[in-house]
Design a binder for this molecule. Structure first.
Ligand SMILES: [Zn+2]
Length: 199
């Protein structure tokens, strides 16, 4: 790692210290890990841009938790569940191409509306496909989903015509008993990690 010289004395070397600092948000108290630098020569404490960024993210993590919003890694999990890139997630759920990058990096918290939408599609896949249909993104998102649902490693039973099921989903009509996922779980008690929900 590159040595950082103290901006105060111009001599000493800076080392990063991370401490839990008591914090409060809308009546919720707790602590957040906060970073600063200490000079080994003059002892001055300072914070550079990387420490400020770290601290901003730590505070946002705390606020999110206090507000009852999904943490960043949950947002990533839901996005990955549908095999969406960050720009595609921003197009489908709203917020623009960099919104999910910001949510997942803890740079910006999602709105309550976005939080609710993500929880909804996570618990009810019909809602996801209805949203895809409403946004006119079926052609764009169906092939992506196909990669997740039908990974090549799973051997398809010859009697199972999954292409018919794809058409069904594309029309926004997800018929539960026709879903390939149920078929898979009845075939395989314990799907592999890279099974039908890859990542
Ligand atoms: Zn110094």
């Amino acid at each position: 790692m590159k040595k950082r010289i103290c901006p105060i004395c111009d001599e000493g070397t800076l080392s990063v210290v991370i401490e839990d600092v008591a914090t409060e948000h809308k009546g919720t108290t707790g602590s957040a890990p906060m970073a600063h630098c200490v000079c080994d020569t003059c002892g001055a404490e300072s914070a550079g841009s990387s420490e400020m960024k770290f601290n901003r993210r730590a505070i946002l993590t705390f606020k999110r938790s206090a507000d009852g919003l999904l943490p960043n890694y949950e947002i990533k999990r839901i996005r990955k569940k549908f095999n969406l890139t960050q720009p595609l997630a921003g197009k489908l759920f709203g917020g623009g191409p960099v919104a999910f990058n910001k949510y997942e990096n803890n740079d910006v918290a999602q709105s309550e509306a976005m939080d609710g939408l993500l929880r909804l599609v996570d618990t009810d896949e019909n809602s996801y496909w209805n949203l895809v249909k409403i946004k006119g993104m079926s052609d764009e998102l169906m092939p992506i989903y196909k990669q997740v649902v039908f990974p090549s490693k799973i051997t398809q039973p010859s009697s199972f015509d999954y292409s018919e099921k794809i058409v069904g989903i594309e029309k926004g009509k997800l018929i539960r008993q026709a879903r390939f996922s149920k078929h898979v779980s009845s075939q395989r008690k314990k799907p592999k990690e890279n099974g039908w929900y890859a990542n």
